[in-house]
Design a protein around this ligand. Structure first.
Ligand SMILES: Nc1ncnc2c1ncn2[C@@H]1O[C@H](COP(=O)(O)OP(=O)(O)OP(=O)(O)O)[C@@H](O)[C@H]1O
Ligand SMILES: [Mg+2]
Length: 317
């Protein structure tokens, strides 16, 4: 457990906050700049979800015993502003290895702040955040993080963006490309492998960012509203895909969403946060077997669980 001292300050050598992604000496972009766009300079800002892995390796025994688990304890955060805001007020949550937990809460309560701490991009004012038994603070690259805003590199084609996380982790580029190509259709991106990000719709960009996060090949996924900009049909399709893939590969996943049905359908537990400064006001277990049928949403027990979440959110009379 690591308590952190001064607000938002990262230890020496740690990553900058996501707003100022770490600069990395970069070669000119693969495939050149998009037509009509200037060549980027030699320094390239990496998107947060492909931040470089932490330097120090986890001892084998610790890796085996702690597995891929997220543990957040007494997490507090204050942004100096302006305006100054107390965002988190002692948040506790846990995602056991291979499990899926969703976080729901009012807009602005601090959900993304929690994920940024877990991604090693923001040092909290207090409390601890651990991934696989190690503090996440100042250690980007322990989780595959999909930020709320997509961070596609405009000078890489869709395929190059999809494989970026895998490339940075040193995985085989050809294998990553083959994996990516196989998933382009599934993500509704078939035929757009050579498109530039600016030639994609908002929903397509979001799907590409999710694909990249997944292909980074890390066991712990931290997803900030990955389906937020999608139409209902694509959203459903990708929720199903995510549930299937996570079922097969048993990755650990923490998801932020505003969609209560989505949270319940995908998760083993839904954590409900209060308005800012966020506290956990409810934890709702989701005791349904997997794979889950689409029709589950009309099941009496599902409807009851949904009512519990909505009540905790203050959305029922
Ligand atoms: N870098 C920052 N500097 C100052 N204040 C910030 C910063 N990032 C977030 N905040 C503030 O912290 C609060 C929580 O922001 P956060 O993005 O975590 O909310 P959220 O729960 O993810 O909201 P939403 O559901 O709208 O995405 C907001 O009041 C926001 O203005
Ligand atoms: Mg957010």
């Amino acid at each position: 457990m690591t308590a952190v001292g001064r607000t938002g300050e990262l230890p020496p050598g740690a990553a900058e906050p996501a707003d100022a992604a770490p600069p990395v000496a970069g070669a000119p972009p693969a495939g050149g700049a998009p037509p009509g766009e200037a060549e980027p300079s030699g320094e390239v800002a990496l998107p947060a979800e492909v931040a470089l892995p932490a330097q120090d390796a986890l001892p084998a025994e610790a890796a085996r015993t702690s597995a891929a688990t997220i543990r957040v304890s007494g997490l507090r955060h204050h942004f100096a502003g302006p305006p100054p805001v107390d965002v988190l007020d002692g948040v506790d949550l846990e995602v056991p290895a291979g499990r899926f937990v969703s976080v729901v809460g009012p807009s602005g309560c601090g959900k993304s702040t929690i994920l940024r701490v877990l991604a090693g991009l923001l040092a909290p004012s207090g409390g601890s955040a651990e991934v696989a038994g190690r503090s996440a603070v100042g250690r980007p690259g322990q989780v595959a993080f999909m930020p709320q805003r997509d961070t596609l590199l405009p000078w890489r084609r869709a395929l190059g963006n999809a494989t970026l996380g895998a490339e940075i982790r040193g995985l085989d580029k050809k294998a990553a490309e083959a994996d990516a190509r196989a998933l382009f259709d599934r993500f509704g991106l078939g035929g757009f492998e050579r498109a530039w990000p600016r030639q994609l719709s908002g929903g397509m960009r979001q799907r590409l960012a999710l694909l990249r996060t997944f292909l980074a090949g890390l066991d712990v996924l931290v997803l900030d509203e990955p389906f937020g900009a999608l139409d209902a049909i694509t959203r459903r399709e990708l929720q199903r895909w995510l549930a299937e893939v996570l079922g097969e590969l048993s990755r650990t996943c923490l998801l932020v969403t505003h969609d209560v049905d989505e949270a319940l359908w995908l998760s083993d537990e839904v954590v409900v946060l209060s308005p800012r400064p966020a506290r956990v006001v409810a934890r709702v277990g989701v005791p349904f077997h997997r794979p889950r049928a689409a029709g589950l949403v009309t099941d009496t027990a599902f409807v009851a669980a949904k009512a519990t979440v909505l009540e905790a959110l203050g959305l029922t009379e």
